[in-house]
Write a protein that binds this ligand. Structure first.
Ligand code: GDP
Ligand code: MG
Length: 153
């Protein structure tokens, strides 16, 4: 268990469907701390870099088109085991395989419209945060509820 930062992005379908509030609430309600937040419409090159590990996949062109179809709500959330738990909050990549109670399990059906991204490892979280945010966009502060969320620091 360690304090980690994870990159969470509400994809264009999530923004268009009015799911920014509900998705942010999942992370807030769990006790995670919001470190950075912005609405952005990145270019093709940025998105290709973000998904560079998938560039050989047949769905890659469609994925880049989907991700560039509107604004994305980009965020960094911090807290104990934030990367792994962020993925649990998200659910499976394919929403049809996601349990109810997860973001994708509650808000999505199609793998190509799965509303939210979350880093899959601490190493990738670091890379993604550096790609999407300037260092000065990351806020450092003590959450007012910290001592109510954690027994020990
Ligand atoms: P994630 O980490 O759970 O988001 O999943 P991946 O890193 O494997 O894939 C990145 C994104 O590509 C997913 O969130 C989907 O939006 C999309 N994707 C993955 N697999 C498929 C697929 O089989 N078909 C389509 N259309 N999109 C996919
Ligand atoms: Mg992934």
């Amino acid at each position: 268990m360690s304090t980690e930062q994870t990159f969470i992005a509400i994809k264009p379908d999530g923004v268009q469907r009015g799911l920014v509030g509900p998705i942010i609430s999942r992370f807030e309600n769990r006790g995670y701390k919001l470190v950075a937040l912005k609405l952005v419409t990145p270019g093709q090159e940025h998105l290709e870099k973000h998904y560079e590990d998938l560039k050989e996949k047949p769905f890659f062109p469609g994925l880049i088109q989907y991700m560039s179809s509107g604004p994305i709500a980009a965020m960094v959330w911090e807290g104990r085991d934030a990367v792994k738990t962020g993925r649990v909050l998200l659910g499976a990549t394919n929403p049809l395989a996601s349990a109810p109670g997860t973001i994708r399990g509650d808000f999505a059906i199609d793998v190509g419209r799965n509303v939210c991204h979350g880093s899959d490892s601490v190493e990738n979280a670091k890379k993604e945060i550096a790609l999407w945010f300037k260092p000065e966009e990351l806020n450092s502060y003590k959450s007012a509820v910290f001592d109510w969320v954690y027994e020990k620091a």
